[in-house]
Each structure stands twice: as structure tokens, then as C-alpha cells.
Design a protein. Structure first.
Length: 227
């Protein structure tokens, strides 16, 4: 397990629960690639790195297992789940169905207030992307989609997407690292935004499908080429 520095993992006292903080720190470490697929997650080591008790670490591991970021192997214990194209393809297929439908529904009802929130999230996506701020980019992208789903009234679909969010962010990190793309992620998001703000449901759904088709192809190439 790659452990160059531990200071950025250590948790200070906060009103947020230690379990929530531990989950977030470990989630970001996995998404960023600091902990790679197949790395063992040793409780004692994580206790030292995070500065929390073993019970907190165990809770965090169980939570991340439910998100699909961690898996428990017999005789090996918890380890970071490996990314593979078979699983990634299913995630992209689910996203394509849910997000294209939500974008079309949002475009039908989008008013000035929805457009303002969506453009605000898009501006943050562009800023964090330009400045190379990965964690902020993932958060802004999540905010962008939350505006779409909630404005469309598709709260149950949004709950499903949120359960996949850790794995979605991990795939997003993989595709962001690629230079083999004709249109950048923020440019795709801008197309989605403009179609919704123009109340064009067909164009909004098509923009989502284009975005996810391109991202899925980059992910497929990267994952199939991995040893």
C-alpha cells in the first residue's frame, strides 16, 4: 500500500463524526489512487495513519464495502476493490439510463432558478478542472448532477446514483487522466447544461449519452490495457 505521507490522512477533532471523516478520507485516498486496487487495508496501519480507534476504522471499511470500493477476501481481510471493465460497463449502462432520462425531464421543467444553479455548478467544474483540483472537481460534478435529478423530481434515481458515486468518481479519475479524448469532460457538461437551460429535452439526453459513451470508451481502453 502506497503510504508516502500520513499527515494529510490524520483527523483533527470536529463536530462531524469520526466515522464520517474516516470514510471520507479513505474514500478520497482510493479515488485518487493513493490506495490502489488490490492493496490490503490493514486496520492497525490505518489506525496510525488516521489517528482513530480500530472500531472507527472497521466501521469505515464496512461503509466503503457497501459502496463497492472495498472488498473482504477470505484469509486476506479487507482490500481495495479492483477496477475491471465488466463492472465499469454496467455502471456506465446504469448511468446512461438514469442520467439521460433525468436530463430530459429536467429540460422540460428548467426555469431561470434551475438554470442559475446548473450554471453555477458548471462554473465550479470548469474552475476546479483548470486548477487541477480533483477532489473539488468530483464534488462540483456531483452537485451538477444533483441539480439535474432533484429539479426533475427524480429523487429515487438520485439515491441510486449516490450509492454508485464512489465507483463513479473512481472511474472519473481514470478518464480524467487520459489525453485520448476529442472533447473534454467540462465541455461535455457544458453541452448538457446548455441543452437543459434551453428547454431541449432531446438534445439534453443526447448530450448525456455522448458524454458517457466517450467516457466509457476511455475507461474500457484503460482497464483492458491494465495488467
Amino acid at each position: 500500500m502506497n503510504q508516502p505521507h500520513d499527515a494529510d490522512l490524520r483527523i483533527d477533532h470536529s463536530t462531524t463524526t469520526l466515522r464520517e471523516l474516516a470514510v471520507e478520507r479513505l474514500r478520497q485516498a482510493i479515488i485518487s489512487g493513493r490506495f490502489s486496487g488490490g492493496d490490503r487495508l490493514v486496520e492497525r496501519t490505518l489506525c496510525d495513519q488516521l489517528g482513530v480507534s480500530r472500531s472507527v476504522v472497521r466501521e469505515a471499511i464496512r461503509y466503503l464495502e457497501a459502496e463497492g470500493l472495498v472488498e473482504i477476501r477470505p484469509r486476506s481481510g479487507p482490500m481495495v476493490a479492483r477496477l475491471d471493465w465488466q463492472s465499469a460497463r454496467q455502471i456506465y449502462d446504469i448511468r446512461r439510463l438514469l442520467e439521460s432520462d433525468a436530463a430530459a425531464a429536467c429540460a422540460r421543467v428548467a426555469d431561470a432558478a434551475v438554470a442559475a444553479r446548473l450554471r453555477g455548478a458548471l462554473a465550479e467544474i470548469k474552475r476546479s478542472s483548470a486548477e487541477g483540483m480533483r477532489a473539488e472537481l468530483y464534488a462540483a460534478t456531483t452537485d451538477f448532477y444533483e441539480v439535474i435529478f432533484r429539479s426533475a423530481g427524480q429523487t429515487v434515481a438520485w439515491e441510486i446514483v449516490q450509492r454508485l458515486n464512489g465507483r463513479i468518481s473512481r472511474l472519473r479519475a481514470l478518464t480524467l487522466a487520459s489525453t485520448n479524448r476529442q472533447l473534454s469532460g467540462p465541455a461535455h457538461m457544458e453541452r448538457i447544461c446548455e441543452a437543459i437551460c434551453a428547454n431541449q429535452p432531446v438534445a439534453a439526453a443526447a448530450a448525456v449519452n455522448d458524454h458517457l459513451r466517450d467516457a466509457a470508451e476511455i475507461a474500457r481502453q484503460s482497464l483492458e490495457a491494465a495488467p
